[in-house]
Design a protein around this ligand. Structure first.
Ligand code: ZN
Length: 244
C-alpha cells in the first residue's frame, strides 16, 4: 500500500499494526504555541487518530518567531480555530477536537478526558503542575517539555518516575514573556512528539526518570537521572485521590 505513512510503516517499531494502533489513540496537547506547533504537526502527520487541542489564546504577531502553525493572516484569530484548520490541511484522516479554554484546577480533569497520553506544551508552571497531578491520579503518561532562551528540557512523567514538583518546580517560578529562540522550541517540541509516539507504540525507552536537557549555546544534550521525591505534595495528593 502506498500512502502517507509508507516511510514510517517501514520501521520495525511501527509496521501495519503500529500504524493501526496510532489511529486508535487519543492524545491531549495542552497549549498550541511554540512547543504545541511541532508537537501537533508531527502527531497529525504520524496519524494519531484523535488530537485534542486545548488553547484559549489568540494569535499575535510576537508568536510568529516560533509558532509555525500560524501565519501573518491568522493574527487576531483564535489559535484553536487556526490550528485546527492547518492540521486538517496536513491530515484529513484524523480527528482534531478543539477546546477553547484555559486549563484550571476546576476544568483540568474534563479537558484531559480519557487521553492515552498528554503532551504538556504550556508556558506556565502552575498549569503544568495541575496537569501532572490530574494525570498521575488518572495514570495517564505526560510528556513535559519546556524552553527558555537557548535552553530546553524534556521529561516523561508517569510510573515510578518524578513529576515536576518532585524536581523542585514551583508555581512561584512562573515568568511572563520568557525569551525563546524558535528553533530551540522546535527541537524540544520535536523530542516531545517523538516521546509521545514511543509511548503510544510501546516502543523504545521513554524518558521516565531521565531529564533530557538541551543547551543550544554549547550544542549539547545532557541526561540526568531523576527520582521521585517521597515528600512530593503533588504525588501524595494524586496518590491519595487514586484510592477514593
Ligand atoms: Zn512528584
Amino acid at each position: 500500500m502506498t500512502d502517507r505513512y509508507e516511510r514510517q510503516r517501514a520501521l520495525a517499531q511501527i509496521g501495519e499494526e503500529g500504524q493501526r494502533r496510532l489511529a486508535k489513540k487519543q492524545v491531549a496537547v495542552i497549549g498550541a504555541g511554540g512547543l504545541g506547533s511541532p508537537v501537533l504537526t508531527y502527531l497529525a502527520q504520524a496519524g494519531v487518530g484523535t488530537l485534542r487541542l486545548v488553547e484559549f489564546d489568540t494569535v499575535g504577531i510576537t508568536n510568529l518567531n516560533r509558532q509555525f502553525l500560524y501565519t501573518e493572516k491568522d493574527v487576531g484569530r483564535k489559535k484553536s480555530a487556526a490550528a485546527r484548520e492547518k492540521l486538517a490541511l496536513l491530515n484529513s484522516e484524523i480527528l482534531v477536537e478543539v477546546r477553547d479554554a484555559e486549563l484550571t484546577k476546576e476544568n483540568a480533569e474534563e479537558l484531559i478526558g480519557d487521553a492515552d497520553v498528554v503532551v504538556s506544551c504550556l508556558d506556565c508552571i502552575s498549569a503544568r503542575l495541575i496537569v501532572d497531578e490530574v494525570c498521575i491520579r488518572k495514570k495517564i503518561p505526560v510528556v513535559e517539555g519546556g524552553v527558555s532562551g537557548f535552553f530546553g528540557f524534556v521529561l516523561c512523567v508517569g510510573g515510578d518516575g518524578p513529576c515536576l514538583e518532585c524536581l523542585g518546580y514551583d508555581a512561584a517560578m512562573d515568568q511572563k514573556e520568557i525569551p525563546v529562540l524558535g528553533a530551540v522550541a522546535g527541537v524540544i517540541g520535536s523530542l516531545q512528539a517523538a516521546e509521545c509516539l514511543k509511548i503510544l507504540l510501546g516502543a523504545g525507552e521513554p524518558l521516565y526518570g531521565r531529564l533530557l536537557q538541551y543547551d543550544g549555546i554549547s550544542g549539547t544534550f545532557d541526561e540526568i537521572e531523576v527520582k521521585k521525591n517521597e515528600a512530593c505534595r503533588l504525588h501524595r495528593r494524586a496518590e491519595a485521590g487514586k484510592e477514593k
